[in-house]
Ligand binder design. Structure first.
Ligand code: SF4
Ligand code: SF4
Length: 124
């Protein structure tokens, strides 16, 4: 059996604007933090926060809904479309320069997404 992909503990760098199944969001809504509004996207709710971080990311950088986190969160870093700034798909540690470049690109994309969603109608 291959070794598990080496995600860093208490990182949360990829925990940005993430669509969450409506039924999961409804069940765990009381754990939401820094929530500004939610956007309705079909079967999903997209929680928007004041700081572009996922509403379920705790102050200690832990996922508060880890056992039921979205599929996209489980795939982060392990598929080409969702690059982890720190670790390659093959599980190798990136150089600090590579990490910095990727972090800037990811943060820009997350903030752009947040701004687009902020301009959409309020659901709550
Ligand atoms: S996938 Fe990468 S950025 Fe996301 S928590 Fe793991 S180590 Fe951090
Ligand atoms: S649901 Fe959990 S793993 Fe996914 S972005 Fe939010 S805090 Fe991170």
């Amino acid at each position: 059996m291959p070794a598990p992909w080496p995600c860093r503990e208490n990182c949360g760098e990829c925990c940005g604007v993430v669509p969450i199944l409506k039924k999961v969001f409804a069940r765990h809504q009381e754990k939401a933090q820094r929530l500004v509004k939610t956007v309705d996207c079909g079967h999903f709710t997209v929680p928007i926060t004041s700081d572009s971080l996922c509403t379920f990311l705790s102050a200690e950088k832990r996922c508060m809904i880890y056992p039921v986190r979205p599929k996209v969160c489980r795939q982060y870093g392990q598929v080409f479309e969702l690059p982890c700034p720190y670790i390659t798909m093959e599980g190798r540690v990136r150089t600090p320069e590579q990490a910095e470049r990727l972090k800037v690109a990811i943060n820009t994309m997350v903030e752009t997404t947040r701004q687009v969603l902020m301009s959409r109608r309020v659901e709550r």
